[in-house]
Design a protein around this ligand. Structure first.
Ligand code: BGC
Length: 744
């Protein structure tokens, strides 16, 4: 419970024998730190000058599972955190992960961040940030633990669904609006997990070995964009190690890069239980410690807070003169800034929870993020008015997906499952819907005390389930299979990675059997990861629908029946086989004490292209119910000065019969390079909505930054003079136009 103490005067300070000479307190009855007409820095300095040593240390660590203390004597409020990143986590008990049983904390679940990234639309990211920020604010939360921007290195990472894909440019463009819009609510975005947290296996101690170019070109840019462009007020250190040091107290990542190079002025918050050493935490950039004595999932030791690394042990070091006050004050300033920007911000709006606007936003983002991977013969959209019976098959058609998966698990006010959404839309057009289970995956449905309440028990054998689905398929006009992964352990879930690339629960057999029984089959995958598709030749249509939140079913129905024309594009590559992915081909996964990223910067499409390995579906791929042409590429010049920029224009036309949106993607290739570079890299994109027959011109600005690589011999970005090629297309493997210029 938040406690707002009144403002205490100098009188009280004297009475309790505390010195509080606070700058700016002379003359005015309002102490400077409470005077909102003053600058943030003035207020922070004033508050700092009034705090005792004990008070300073007290703001640097948790006081409960998700809160830290303010300064009660000064009326500086507590700081309350919440997961993140897809909705506001239900209230948990003071010391435990279990939910507190509140009845006013059900939220709207927004689509998983993979789905958001798949919209390739920064406006959707802004809408997402605004909406989730309003929910956080209404719930009186100050720090939203998200968004996550760890790069998609392998399809086996259990937490990929919480991140924004494999490309640093796409993730950078998508993270910035999310952060900005959340923070307009007086709620801090806490960008996580900084950095190199690309697997769950041994996440607490694995040491990542990665070369400097890959670190700077692939793994850091989205964090940098969130901090420098988005202005993130908080960053979460990750569990793993880098250069042998845990990332929650990593000198190089936190002091040198984040706070040094990027001039981050906010607070570094530890991941829950990610701190391991007081001296390192003190010296290497950590500001706020949470979750110690837990591994992030099991129950903690009660009231262990005074024993946190940044609690009594830190006080002892300070009192013994073993730690300096300047470092302490820097941490306290950062935490005060965070509190002043959030909890103590009296100008923030009030927020809202479960508003119709939030549900509409969830539905719109989900619809825009779904990716039509394959659509032979115009199988989709289904026309329900021309069908008598539609068969829906699969556990994921009925299973609530907002519960489970780890810290992103939610308690929703409302969740429309795929079957509910499909049934409502089909029946409104006079088409009956029949359901068959097809396979049994994981019928359980609970996480930390939140239960779905669904009874998914099933007594039929696997053979019987397939036979029943096949019999129903033969009687149906069309079949919609809804499967994929789920939020159970070893699927799309925190704490462990996937064990295999194939679909679980023998779904391949079900799909093969359905394809043989009815040629009008559309396969819908609900997942946050790529999966193998050995049946792809037999399935005429495939749609990646992601974990799409409260409005999953309605959004799916919008796309399946053509109310929404799909415009999502893959934010990561789907390899044919796991061995085609770089981390598995030449890198290491999951490694042991150390995991070596031997593939370097050749992650995702960069790897497939340089090795000429055809993907199952390429980065940037996604079909529409209409068609588009991209033509008439022109450059503003064929030479570019090293301090200038160049404009690339193309025309995009809707050549089909439905309104739709195309994501025009611009990639840059360095033709004459001293160092090895990817064949091409994404450096621009724009989603363009067009009526049938309509044409629009899209313009991209190419700056030297878009041409640069990280020169690890000089620790600096460098654009080499010489020839470059511009590739513009509808996917990384569907380039329609190229242009050439020379950088002088
Ligand atoms: C996760 C974080 C999460 C935190 C608090 C950790 O286990 O890694 O992403 O924000 O718990 O729930």
């Amino acid at each position: 419970m938040r406690t707002f103490f009144g403002i205490f005067s100098g009188w009280l300070c004297l009475t309790v024998g505390i010195s509080c000479s606070g700058a700016g307190s002379s003359g005015s009855s309002l102490p400077a730190y409470r005077d909102e007409s003053r600058s943030l820095e003035e207020r922070v300095e004033d508050a700092l000058s009034r705090m005792t040593l004990d008070e300073k240390v007290a703001v640097l660590h948790a006081q409960s599972k998700f809160s830290s203390a303010g300064v009660p004597r000064l009326g500086i409020p507590e700081l309350w955190c919440t997961d993140g990143p897809h909705g506001i986590r239900p209230e948990v008990l003071w010391d435990e992960w279990d939910q507190a049983g509140w009845t006013n904390d059900s939220c709207t679940a927004f689509p998983a961040l993979t789905c958001l990234a798949a919209t390739w639309n920064p406006a959707m990211s802004a809408l997402y940030g605004k909406s989730i920020g309003e929910e956080a604010r209404y719930r009186e939360k100050d720090v939203l633990l998200g968004p996550g921007v760890n790069i998609y290195r392998t399809p086996l990472n259990g937490r990929n669904f919480e991140y924004m894909g494999e490309d640093p440019y796409l993730a950078s463009r998508m993270v910035v609006p999310y952060v900005r819009e959340v923070q307009k609510n007086g709620v801090a975005a806490c960008v996580k997990h900084f950095a190199l947290n690309n697997q769950e296996t041994r996440r607490n101690d694995v040491n990542v070995e990665v070369d400097d170019r890959a670190l700077h070109e692939i793994y850091l840019p989205a964090f940098e964009a969130a901090v420098r462009e988005g202005g993130a007020w908080a960053v979460m250190g990750s569990y793993n190690k880098y250069k042998g040091q845990h990332c929650c107290h990593n000198r190089y990542l936190l002091n040198d890069i984040l706070k040094g190079e990027w001039a981050f002025d906010g607070a570094v918050i530890s991941d829950w239980g990610g701190v391991h050493d007081t001296r390192q935490a003190v010296e290497n950039g950590l500001d706020l410690e949470f979750g110690t004595w837990t591994d992030g999932l099991r129950a903690g030791t009660r009231n262990a807070y005074d024993n946190y690394y940044l609690a009594q042990p830190y006080l002892d070091l300070l009192r013994e003169g073993e730690a300096d006050v300047q470092t302490l004050d820097d941490k306290v300033r950062r935490v005060l800034r965070l509190i002043f920007r959030t909890a103590m911000n009296t100008r923030k709006p009030f927020g809202s929870l479960n508003s119709p606007e939030h549900l509409a936003a969830a539905r719109q983002i989900a619809g825009e993020g779904m990716v039509l991977l394959k659509n032979d013969g115009g199988t989709l959209p289904f026309d329900p008015s021309a069908m008598k019976r539609l068969l829906v098959v699969g556990e994921n058609a009925v299973k609530m997906m907002t519960v489970g998966g780890g810290s992103s698990s939610l308690k929703v006010r409302h969740e429309c499952t795929p079957l509910e959404g499909i049934r409502a839309a089909a029946e409104a057009s006079g088409c009956g819907v029949v359901y068959e289970r097809g396979y049994v995956g994981d019928p359980s449905g609970s996480y930390n005390g939140v239960t779905t309440g669904q009874d998914l028990s099933e007594s039929r054998s696997a053979e019987r389930l397939i036979a029943d689905a096949v019999a129903a398929a033969k009687e149906a006009d069309a079949v919609l299979f809804v499967g994929g992964l789920n939020k159970s352990d070893f699927q799309d879930c925190e704490g462990a990675d996937r064990k295999e690339y194939g679909l679980p629960y023998a779904q391949d057999r079900v799909i093969e059997a359905l394809a043989a029984a009815n040629p009008r089959l559309a396969v819908v995958l609900v997942s946050g990861n790529a999966v193998a598709m050995p049946w792809l030749d037999r399935a005429p249509a495939v749609l990646e629908a992601w974990f799409s939140g409260s409005e999953a079913g309605n959004a799916l129905a919008d796309v399946v029946f053509g109310k929404v024309n799909p415009s999502g594009k893959l934010p990561f590559t789907f390899p044919v086989r796991l061995e085609d992915n770089a981390a598995h081909a030449v890198g290491e996964f999951p490694g042991g004490d150390t995991v070596r990223y031997r593939e370097g910067l050749f992650v995702g499409y960069r790897w497939h292209e340089i090795r000429e390995i055809a993907p199952l579906f390429a980065f940037g791929h996604g079909l529409s119910y209409t068609t588009f042409s991209i033509s008439n590429l022109r450059l503003s010049a064929d030479r570019m000065a090293s301090d200038a920029s160049l404009t690339v224009r193309v025309d995009v036309t809707n050549t089909g019969e439905r309104a739709g949106a195309e994501v025009v993607q611009l990639y840059v290739g360095d033709d004459e390079s001293f160092v090895q570079r990817p064949l091409k890299e994404l450096k621009g994109f724009e989603k363009v909505s067009l009526q049938p027959g309509e044409t629009r011109t899209v313009a991209f600005e190419i700056t030297p930054a878009a041409l640069s690589y990280y020169d690890d011999t000089k620790s600096a970005w460098r654009a080499e003079p010489g020839a470059f090629t511009i590739h513009v297309g509808a996917a990384s493997d569907d380039i329609r136009q190229t242009g050439h210029f020379v950088l002088e």
